[in-house]
Design a binder for this molecule. Structure first.
Ligand SMILES: *Cc1c(COP(=O)(O)O)cnc(C)c1O
Length: 379
């Protein structure tokens, strides 16, 4: 099956009870047994639930993996990956990282004796110098948030293989429509399914997808033992979201291109960060590992004025000022006062998160309305 067909049929069976085409929402915690241990593969819904299982099969299918796992949030999924590690182990992570991942690594897992190196990975060769005998995991986010840096997954996978280290890729921004890390040599893919996978800003969920059975078994054990699973209602919504992932992403990409080009030509804009531009430092890598460039864009106005950036995000009408991304509706965000407010100004400016940086999640509305909205807000 090719990708668009997989989003609709991948890993799916019609419900055996009545032939329902959509998997029913099995809103149950437990399952009747005829004799102790005599059940139909389901005992307790933390361990297995038919709706969640249908979703986990869909996750595996769209990322071209063999096993999928669904969690109560993206961070719960990352938490499960970190529990593969032991005190003394080391992780090499992207430095321009989702803030919640950084907080989980530094505020929780550092306390459990795991050491993190936050490294600029735009040049994959940078990674190798941080590998020690204790390194167990390389954690990559690409495109990065909010600077839209691109990291070469294939080159990073070659380094990981050479040193027998696991490579995990947070594929939230790209989605499997644009980029399939397992095909490029990664061992594990993670998603905040809250974003493009769900696609309608109506759920919070995480996903892990792997190829290797032994790794999958360890993760299923952690999923059940720690228990951060998602419920059947949210599993149903995510399954429904996946079915339109390809048409939504196609429009996100088209609108993203139109908005990026509009901003790049605007006399009041200093800089636009979008991997589709030829002068993006890793445009060639983006072109090689992604089928297109997505709908996430960051930009900076001339003069780098904090108050002007606030004024623009307040004036936008169709772009709602809000956390999150990846839904059908367009959103704007001001990292310096929102997601990155807790990072000291000098620290955040080092990675490019300056006062006037605005991040857009370009939705699937009409292109003309989006551009008119930006026009009236930027002036
Ligand atoms: C949102 C997000 C997360 C965290 O996911 P939640 O579902 O909010 O827990 C992780 N990585 C990236 C890139 C994200 O955008």
């Amino acid at each position: 099956m090719k990708f668009n067909t997989k989003t609709i049929h991948g890993g799916q069976k019609h419900d055996p009870a009545y032939g329902a085409v959509m998997p029913p929402i099995y809103q149950t915690s437990t399952y009747a047994q005829t004799t102790p241990g005599g059940h139909k593969g389901f005992e307790y819904s933390r361990t297995h639930n038919p709706t969640r299982q249908a979703l986990e099969h869909a996750f595996a299918s769209i990322e071209n993996g063999n096993y999928g796992l669904a969690f109560g949030s993206g961070l719960a999924a990352i938490d499960a990956v970190m529990k593969l590690l032991q005190p003394g182990d080391e992780v090499i992570s992207t430095n321009d990282l989702y803030g919640g991942s950084y907080r989980l690594f530094t505020k929780i897992f550092e306390g459990f004796g795991i050491k993190f190196h936050f490294v600029g990975m735009e040049n994959a060769a940078n990674i190798e110098q941080y590998i020690t005998k204790n390194t167990k995991l390389i954690w990559v986010e690409t495109p990065t948030n909010p600077m839209m840096n691109i990291i070469d997954i294939k080159a990073t996978a070659a380094i990981a293989k050479k040193h027998r280290v696991l490579l995990a890729v947070d594929n939230t921004f790209a989605t499997p429509y644009l980029q399939q890390p397992l095909n490029l040599g990664a061992d594990l893919v993670m998603h905040s399914a809250t974003k493009y996978i769900g696609g309608h800003s109506d759920l919070v969920m995480g996903a892990l997808i792997v190829k290797d059975k032994a790794l999958a078994d360890r993760l299923y054990f952690i999923q059940n033992a720690s228990g951060a699973v998602c419920g059947p209602q949210d599993s149903f919504l995510a399954l429904r979201g996946i079915k339109t992932l390809h048409v939504r992403m196609q429009r996100h990409c088209e609108n993203g291109k139109a908005v990026a080009e509009y901003l790049a030509d605007h006399p009041k804009i200093e800089k636009v960060y979008w991997p589709g531009f030829e002068d993006h430092p890793n445009h060639d890598i983006a072109k090689a590992q992604m089928s297109y460039f997505g709908g996430m864009i960051s930009f900076v106005t001339k003069g780098n004025d904090y108050d002007e950036a606030i004024r623009i995000v307040e004036k936008l009408k169709i772009f709602t000022l809000a956390e999150s991304l990846g839904g059908v509706e367009s959103l704007s965000g001001h990292p310096a006062s929102m997601t990155h407010a807790s990072i000291p100004k000098e620290e955040r400016e080092k990675t490019g998160v300056v006062d006037a940086l605005i991040r857009l999640s370009v939705g699937i509305e009409d292109e003309e309305d989006l551009i008119n909205d930006l026009e009236q807000a930027i002036g």
